[in-house]
Design a protein around this ligand. Structure first.
Ligand SMILES: Cc1ncc(COP(=O)(O)O)c(C=O)c1O
Length: 372
């Protein structure tokens, strides 16, 4: 009887929702004894002044958050040097990605992205009944502009570029992105989730090209992944259409307060960005010495090809036994890779010690900072 009822309920799902199985519910979350290096977070504590803004926001817990995220959008407009109507605020930039897919795609449409790319886009395209055209681009290749403009991608409703890219960490020169945006009459979504760890950004292109939409997030370089704050920056006509279809009260009062405070105190985070860049160099050279091949990264993570003989999944499991969480992607071409987020010196020392232990090598020299 119960089964028949359930079958009846499930048969009413839309065809798209039916394609996805319910996620497993019994998974246990890793506790604090694990070193979490699998989702590119940034373990930097909230500066006291930002913390105080969060506490103060709790006094307004009985009120709905500000309509249309106005003060937060004003703060972002101020920080990024654009007018407020050029800004949309989201519950993380992933909410904004979802809005873009909903706004531009109907079943049968297509969207183009470089591959390997941020895999969440596959799910978003699928939910719209759209096709994600993944254009292969290895780390050593330049941006395949012709391929993105012509051929099978010509009909794509928009092109998505993550710069630096996830999961590779590679960076496309802004001049190449400008060529693509200038030569295309379609929307180019430039996802700059990791840009504060990179040498340049695309902000200066915004005033010149109405077909450019830039995404930013406070999750990575501002160490606020759990607070969920992201921004879209673009032409008011495009931004306005996205705001139209956004959920009411999509953010909360703490997200507003912390977002505004972080944007006002961005200089505090420069030391953290410098630290991540330094760890990037140090961990990359240690891994190279251990026989890993490291993709040059401009982000807060490294994509590394593991030494011959084992694949990425094996390494992920071996590291998990040592309470180290890293990412593995079963995609073609990435089977021999793992992706490792860059964290504190203590975390990275523990990671390198676990790797050398698994390799059967004597422990690498511990960094001076961790010995104190
Ligand atoms: C390329 C890229 N874009 C967007 C996001 C989403 O970030 P958030 O929703 O936390 O802003 C991520 C997260 O890993 C990412 O790697």
């Amino acid at each position: 009887m119960l089964d028949a009822k359930l079958q009846n309920v499930l048969s009413s799902l839309s065809q798209t929702a039916r394609q996805l199985n319910a996620p497993p519910s019994g998974r246990t979350a890793p506790d604090a004894t694990y070193v979490k290096l699998d989702t590119n977070e940034n373990p930097f504590p909230l500066p006291t002044i930002v913390w105080q803004s969060a506490i103060a926001a709790l006094e307004r817990q009985y009120l709905y958050p500000e309509d249309d995220n106005l003060s937060l959008r004003e703060a972002a407009a101020n920080a990024y040097g654009v007018a407020t109507d050029h800004v949309i605020a989201g519950n993380g930039s992933s909410e904004l990605l979802g809005l873009i897919y909903r706004a531009f795609l109907t079943p049968g449409d297509s969207v183009a992205m470089l591959s390997p790319g941020f895999s969440f886009n596959r799910k978003l395209a699928m939910l719209q009944g759209a096709q994600l055209l993944e254009i292969r681009c290895d780390e050593s290749q330049p941006l395949p502009i012709e391929q993105l403009l012509l051929g099978c991608t010509k009909a794509a409703k928009f092109v998505l570029l993550a710069n630096p890219n996830n999961p590779t960490g590679t960076f496309i020169p802004v001049a190449d992105i400008e060529r693509l945006v200038a030569e295309s009459d379609r929307l180019i979504v430039l996802d700059e989730a990791y840009v504060d760890f990179a040498p340049d950004c695309g902000l200066r292109l915004l005033s010149r090209y109405p077909n450019l939409l830039i995404l930013r997030t406070l999750s990575k370089s501002y160490a606020a992944a759990g607070i969920r704050v992201g921004f879209g920056l673009g032409h008011p006509e495009v931004i306005g259409r996205l705001r139209n279809i956004q959920n009411v009260f999509n953010m909360n009062v703490i997200g507003h307060a912390v977002g505004i405070s972080i944007l006002a105190h961005r200089a505090i985070y420069e030391e953290n960005h410098r630290h991540i860049r330094q760890e990037r160099e140090r961990v990359a050279s240690a891994l190279s010495r251990l026989g890993f091949s490291v993709t040059p990264s401009q982000a807060n993570f490294l994509l590394v090809r593991v030494p011959a003989g084992r694949d990425g999944r094996w390494w992920q499991l071996a590291l998990e036994k040592q309470k180290m969480l890293v990412a593995f992607f079963p995609d073609k071409g990435l089977e021999d890779c793992i992706r490792v987020s860059l964290g504190t010196t203590t975390q990275m020392d523990a990671f390198l010690a676990a790797v050398s232990d698994i390799c059967g090598c004597p422990k690498l020299e511990i960094s001076p900072a961790a010995q104190q």
